[in-house]
Design a protein around this ligand. Sequence first.
Ligand SMILES: Cc1cc2nc3c(=O)[nH]c(=O)nc-3n(C[C@H](O)[C@H](O)[C@H](O)COP(=O)(O)O)c2cc1C
Length: 196
Amino acid sequence: MSRPRLLAFPASARKDSFNRMLLKGMVSGADAAGASVTLIEPHDYPLPIYDGDLEAGQGLPAPAAALQSLFAEHDGLLLASPEYNGFFTPLLKNTLDWLSRPLPDGSGRPGTVHVRGKPVGIASASPGALGGIRSLQHTRLYLSNLGFIVVPEQVGVPNAAKVFDAAGRLTDERLAKAVEGVGAAVAGLAARLTSR
Ligand SMILES: Cc1cc2nc3c(=O)[nH]c(=O)nc-3n(C[C@H](O)[C@H](O)[C@H](O)COP(=O)(O)O)c2cc1C
């Protein structure tokens, strides 16, 4: 069986983002479960806030087209997003909204062609007491609307300012295993789906 290819996306562009640290734990789990993971950075795909007039005038921005190709080439996604007022970040929404637009040549079915039927694992870290869990149900719904299969495993990590060590690893082994488990679940499902 060939190794499934997964993308990993931190939905915070912040240099010291707790969610990027969390994502790296998911990446470790997916890697150990046999996936090959490409970690991408929001700063490498700068996108304006979605604007229908801009799209009509200039077409899909180059970073959105590049992301579409990347998603098409991968079998699944690992995603860690901060919670902003109970929701996932505007960065995530805007990025995936652009991604859901028609292909540069006008072909394809908006919203689904690059991601439909592909597994995704979600997690959130927050300095607060709830670990971003309020946002995860919205993230799950949004990703489902785009056509992803969201795996049941998910993790919210509270007290994020205190639970990562200097290397960005979770110090609580049980929590670290749960986070790795989300990555492993995506890797496992992607392997099963791509072996057919
Ligand atoms: C606009 C805004 C809204 C926020 N709302 C929440 C929230 O609803 N729940 C929460 O736990 N933290 C909230 N936070 C705090 C974030 O969890 C915190 O800034 C976190 O470090 C962001 O993730 P990052 O470290 O990956 O960038 C909010 C932060 C911002 C900037």
